[in-house]
Design a protein around this ligand. Structure first.
Ligand SMILES: [Zn+2]
Length: 122
């Protein structure tokens, strides 16, 4: 698999359908996973911190808004779930999803939290 196909591309409709299927229609409960520190975060978590989730959800790790967050690309290993300073708006856009918006622009976003999803491999 080449680097350019690493991100999963979805239309906004496909993305919304998947979110509804996993978490229901209330988007505040949709859970995303930071691709670097694996922290699960929802719009509710951003609202609790007084942040506008529309700006950040699935895009910037909630760890960015802590004091002195661990650096996503620093030398120190980040404890899983501790939050970090990663954003898809930075130099390294990890996605791992790309949503094609209605105006045809691409938005890099975190993947949904799939830890509750039934796994066929078991
Ligand atoms: Zn993170």
């Amino acid at each position: 698999m080449s680097k350019t196909t690493k991100c999963k591309v979805q239309s906004m409709n496909e993305f919304t359908d998947e979110g509804n299927r996993l978490f229901g229609e209330n988007k505040r409960h949709w859970e995303f996973v930071c691709p670097v520190c694996k922290t699960v975060q929802s719009a509710n978590d951003f609202l609790k911190r007084g942040l506008d989730p529309n700006k950040y959800i699935g895009y910037s790790c909630i760890g960015r808004f802590k004091k002195n967050p661990p650096k996503a690309f620093g030398n120190k290993k980040i404890a899983e779930g501790s939050g970090c300073d990663f954003t898809n708006g930075g130099l390294f856009r990890l996605g791992p999803k790309i949503i094609i918006l209605e105006n045809k622009t691409e938005r890099y976003t975190f993947d949904f939290n799939r830890s509750e999803e039934p796994n066929d491999n078991n």
